[in-house]
Design a protein around this ligand. Structure first.
Ligand code: GLY
Length: 380
């Protein structure tokens, strides 16, 4: 698989990246009137996003795409959109509206930290720290982890999940901004628990892992969005492939190079011929299951970051191959919304199956921007 991806990736040159980014920006521009003062839903239904408020874990992806489009085009229309959306992010924090989950980094790194980075806004800067306060409020001392979902005193929710790795950079930035190392310490403690318990001996991963609420002892792995407790949810493996090198960006002394390469090997060995995974890595061609294009886009970003952080020598080349396949075969048609077709949100809930989703769109653009602008600062 590595050789095929690297060969395909050679077709990705500057002109191709520019063409792709222009198509993405064109799609975003076309979508703007529909989502004025609102947000798209997490995923499409029949390839159309519904109009929603700022009430899901996915709103930050939309704002981040506004920032990306602004950075690509310098067109102030996108900046105005992002800044308007940030007003609703501020209100959401003030109202503590649907923030009783760990996805605070997905929401506030991609909106407020991005805004602070791009414009220097002190309002956005303060929002990063205020959002980090919400996230550290979910830290469970017994077990040393940030609880993913639900009420903190609900024993059935006493678990961490692999997606959480993308919520940690918010804490590390908040520590830098505020000078309060507590944010970073909690993030580090949580990271250690994820690596210790979510990675299986064969370098596949659990989606979620439970701890004993009385003692904090590790209990068991389980899935929520994968096929089964013992299978490997494709997007989960992609989250760790991006989350680990992002962590090393903040803590250079951490060295998990071999573990990273094994996790990557597991992922690559379970890909179908076109390099875009089925929604769970347990499936093979004969199962005829839907792909999850969003997992491919996330994993590609991970491989690029892994090369930057010294975990891989050929991460860029591999990512180019994946992004080429996505760009050539998975783009939405002219009458469809979103950027990438063939994502899966939650198969068991029949939610967003073989549809576009906001994070797939966002990470496709993140990968394109990482490949085109080598000094581009991501929003994590
Ligand atoms: N973080 C939720 C998901 O990946 O679906």
């Amino acid at each position: 698989m590595q050789t095929e991806l690297i060969n395909q990736g050679q077709k990705v040159d500057d002109a191709w990246l520019t063409k792709m980014l222009n198509q993405c920006v064109g799609k975003l521009r076309k979508a703007l009137p529909k989502f004025q003062n609102a947000f798209p839903s997490a995923c499409t239904t029949n390839m159309k996003y519904r109009i929603k408020g700022n009430d899901d874990w996915t709103n930050g992806f939309w704002t981040a795409m506004m920032w990306q489009a602004y950075q690509i085009t310098n067109d102030s229309e996108f900046k105005v959109q992002a800044e308007e959306q940030l007003v609703s992010f501020k209100q959401r924090l003030a109202d503590n509206f649907i923030l009783n989950h760990h996805d605070i980094g997905f929401l506030y790194s991609l909106s407020a930290y991005a805004g602070y980075q791009i414009t220097g806004s002190t309002t956005d800067q303060a929002m990063v720290v205020a959002a980090a306060d919400v996230l550290v409020g979910r830290f469970q001392k017994k077990g040393q982890f940030i609880q993913a979902w639900g009420d903190l005193d609900n024993p059935d929710e006493y678990r961490l999940i692999i997606d959480s790795l993308l919520n940690l950079p918010l804490l590390f930035e908040a520590a830098k901004i505020s000078g309060d190392s507590r944010y970073a310490t909690i993030g580090q403690q949580h990271y250690q628990q994820v690596l210790d318990y979510i990675v299986r001996p064969d370098f596949s991963t659990y989606h979620t892992f439970y701890f004993d609420p009385q003692t904090g002892q590790p209990l068991k792995g389980a899935t929520r969005q994968g096929y089964s407790d013992n299978s490997c949810w494709a997007r989960g493996q992609a989250w760790i492939l991006l989350g680990m090198p992002l962590y090393r960006r903040f803590f250079q002394e951490t060295n998990q190079r071999e573990r990273y390469q094994e996790l990557l090997n597991y992922y690559l060995q379970h890909l179908p011929a076109d390099g875009v995974p089925y929604w769970d890595l347990i499936f093979t061609e004969e199962d005829q299951q839907p792909r999850d294009s969003s997992a491919a886009a996330i994993a590609a970003c991970g491989m690029i970051e892994a090369q930057k952080q010294g975990y891989l020598a050929n991460g860029q080349e591999l990512a180019r191959g994946i992004i080429y396949r996505l760009g050539e075969s998975y783009l939405t048609g002219a009458d469809q919304e979103g950027l990438l077709q063939h994502g899966v949100y939650a198969y068991a809930d029949n939610k967003g199956v073989d549809e576009a989703n906001l994070w797939g769109d966002y990470f496709f653009m993140e990968a394109l921007m990482r490949l085109k602008y080598h000094d581009w600062q991501t929003y994590w």
